[in-house]
Design a protein. Structure first.
Length: 413
């Protein structure tokens, strides 16, 4: 049975801050953010938007686009590291807002940015296990990436959600059955209970990411080795490579590491690039990686959703040209757990290729640094929708310890 992603839908907050403006306010050369990190804009969530409204809006748009009866969803998984309660999962709020029926397994998953992949793999295994009724899961990865104002992490914030239907009629991506994994307890990025912003050891986190990539890709490559010609590079079998993207420059560094590991193992290829590895890796990056980074450079880090934002944006931009071709995907979650896996884009992908990325980017309102800081300082406390709000659901606030949500249309009426 083919199992994988039947369709994706993306939702990002309605507001974005140009990085050149942030650079000016922080006394930094704009080139550091725009070229050094590769970020042009970052998405900013207003106080009436929390991770529940982000996830529910992506989920509602997916179910509408796929014309799926919410009651047919047998598993709802929400991956996030922006949880709203220590006990109640984000997924149960989303379950109610989407009108999914009671016969559904519903829970939230956490392992930093890796949880989106944990949810996808769990859902795919559940579909593969089969059963009496058709198994179709809704997986949503959603996050608001926050660091302290003025910190080194500040330009690598962002927010957004990606919803994925996982089932046995995958029109967007057929998942391969094998993957390479890597895990180990490292303190590169974490958020102790009670803190809104993450603590991060930035430079060390980049090293941890690259070490985990080496481990996960190495594990995958050994599984694949019997199918490779003795001197064949695995990257030659992949049409595109997608990476967890906290900022686009990270994907560039990751690709440089990956091709080095891959090409060293393919002796003839290694002999051909030795001495000009940087140049060859940069050319490979332009062909295989850059096409998936357009949305990430305008949205920023979306933590659990980041890799799947790259996938949605790539499929939307290239759609039928990817038909029948194989993609490589690398997921990293700080702390850490990582996975390298592949998937084949089916030839009929054009019918599901619109994930709403271009529309969402077109509808956004650019804010200035003052407005951005007002939103951030207020936090996700709920309230009315600011001008330009485009989400389907609104967080109204906490009353008597309960979180209140409303359809945006009902609020406008
Ligand atoms: P920093 O110290 O501000 O920046 O922190 P830098 O000094 O390293 O400069 C960044 C780049 O800009 C460098 O490029 C500079 O050369 C360049 P590189 O050498 O690395 O190629 N640069 C310039 N370029 C052009 N013109 C200029 C100029 N000046 C400098 N004038 C850092 C950067 C990423 C560490 C920081 O933003 C940070 O801590 N971010 C948060 C952590 C992070 O994103 N880590 C990534 C790996 S961990 C991960 O992905 C997991 C995560 O998503 C969480 C999860 O799993 O849940 C974060």
């Amino acid at each position: 049975m083919s199992v994988g992603i039947e369709r994706l839908a993306v939702y990002v907050p309605s507001y974005a801050l140009p990085m050149a403006d942030l650079a000016a306010a922080r006394g930094v050369a704009p080139e550091k953010y725009v070229q050094g990190l590769g970020v042009e804009q970052m998405a900013i969530a207003p106080p009436c938007e929390d991770v529940v409204t982000l996830a529910a809006t992506a989920g509602a748009r997916l179910l509408r686009a796929a014309r799926i009866d919410p009651r047919s969803i047998g598993m709802l998984l929400v991956a996030t590291e922006t949880g709203v309660d220590h006990a109640k999962p984000v997924s149960i709020f989303v379950h109610e807002l989407l009108g999914i029926g009671p016969r559904c397994r519903v829970y939230e998953l956490k392992h930093a940015c890796y949880a989106g992949t944990a949810a996808l793999m769990t859902a795919a295994d559940w579909v593969r296990a089969g059963g009496i009724r058709t198994r179709r899961a809704l997986v949503i990865a959603a996050d608001i990436a926050r660091y302290e104002l003025g910190s080194a992490g500040e330009p690598t914030q962002g927010a957004g959600a990606v919803a994925m239907l996982v089932g046995s009629e995958p029109q967007a991506l057929v998942l391969g059955e094998e993957s390479g994994t890597h895990a180990g307890n490292v303190y590169d990025f974490w958020r102790p209970l009670g803190r809104r912003e993450a603590i991060v050891d930035g430079k060390y986190s980049v090293d941890c990411y690259l070490d985990a990539l080496t481990g996960a890709f190495g594990a995958f490559r050994s599984l694949e080795r019997p199918a490779l010609e003795p001197d064949e590079a695995l990257t030659d079998r992949l049409a595109r490579l997608l990476y967890h993207t906290p900022f686009p420059k990270m994907a560039m560094k990751a690709h440089r590491r990956l091709v080095e590991v891959d090409w060293r193992a393919a002796r003839e290829r290694w002999a051909a690039v030795e001495g000009r590895l940087d140049e060859a890796a940069a050319a490979s990056y332009r062909d295989l990686v850059a096409p998936s980074l357009v949305a990430a450079s305008r949205i920023g880090n979306t933590y659990t959703a980041s890799l799947y934002l790259c996938l949605a944006s790539l499929i939307e931009a290239e759609n039928r040209a990817l038909g029948g071709r194989r993609l490589g995907l690398f997921s990293y979650g700080s702390g850490c757990c990582a996975e390298f896996f592949t998937g084949i884009v089916p030839s009929g992908v054009a019918t599901v290729s619109d994930a709403g990325v271009a529309t969402a980017l077109r509808q956004r309102t650019l804010v200035d640094v003052e407005q951005y800081e007002r939103f951030v300082r207020a936090g996700d406390v709920g309230g009315d929708t600011p001008a330009g709000f485009t989400g389907d659901f609104v967080f109204r606030g906490v009353r008597q310890d309960r979180r209140e949500y409303q359809h945006a249309e009902a609020l406008a009426a």
